[in-house]
Design a protein around this ligand. Structure first.
Ligand SMILES: *Cc1c(COP(=O)(O)O)cnc(C)c1O
Length: 219
């Protein structure tokens, strides 16, 4: 695809997603494993909020581009290992995947040590109780949230979930929205390429969309 055609395709896909989700929902461009020319096309189309799954991939992509785009917002949407906490707080504006006390402690320490502004935190909830998936259990949420509110020097602003792939997403989205309301959390990050319309209808404030925006990923 020529560069112009690529830019136009991504720009049109973005416009279509934005028209569906409306102005109250933020489109997070999930850019994992997308080639650089598509990232450039998204930036050219006006996209400024990006979600990355891996700290290192995000550093390589965004450290050189940060300077040219002061309005960029970077969100970590993939699992975070404690030994990457310092790199993560230096790079990201928002970390969406807090899911355990050990990681909370590492993030508190990382903010202290680096002196970086504390990224906003979202807690990832494992709404489907899937053993292989990140996220705190629904039962464990209150305790983790309490610890985060008591010890983290920045904002704890919301919840995030990735429903089980083989189940209808609606009940998971409804549950996450209910938990956010119960705990007076304003940010609800849910919905991907296949279900962002439903997520937006059920109360998402942020949808994380990859392939529907950029096209298929590079494996
Ligand atoms: C990859 C990914 C997405 C986007 O997935 P698509 O189906 O390509 O839209 C959203 N959220 C997370 C956490 C992801 O890892």
């Amino acid at each position: 695809m020529s560069e112009d055609t690529q830019t136009q395709t991504i720009s049109e896909a973005r416009a279509s997603i934005l028209s569906v989700i409306g102005s109250r929902v933020t489109l997070v461009a999930a850019s994992k494993r997308q080639p650089d020319d598509r990232i450039e096309a998204a930036l050219e189309a006006g996209q400024r909020v990006f979600g990355e799954n891996r700290v290192q991939e995000a550093q390589i992509r965004w450290e050189p581009r940060r300077a040219g785009h002061s309005d960029l917002q970077l969100r970590l949407i993939g699992p975070l290992q404690t030994n990457k906490a310092e790199d993560a707080v230096r790079l990201f504006d928002v970390i969406e995947t807090l899911d355990r006390e050990k990681l909370l402690k590492a993030l508190v320490k990382a903010v202290e040590k680096t002196g970086a502004p504390a990224p906003d935190l979202l807690i990832q909830v494992n709404t489907g109780d899937e053993p292989q998936k990140g996220g705190i259990s629904v039962d464990g949420l209150a305790a983790l949230l309490k610890a985060a509110r008591e010890t983290y020097p920045g904002q704890v602003s919301g919840l995030m979930c990735i429903p089980p792939a083989e189940e209808p997403a609606g009940p998971h989205f409804a549950l996450l929205k209910k938990l956010a309301d119960q705990h007076e959390l304003s940010t609800v990050s849910m919905g991907m390429s296949g279900d962002y319309t439903l997520a937006a209808r059920l109360g998402a404030t942020h949808v994380r969309v990859g392939t529907a925006l950029f096209g298929a990923r590079d494996y």
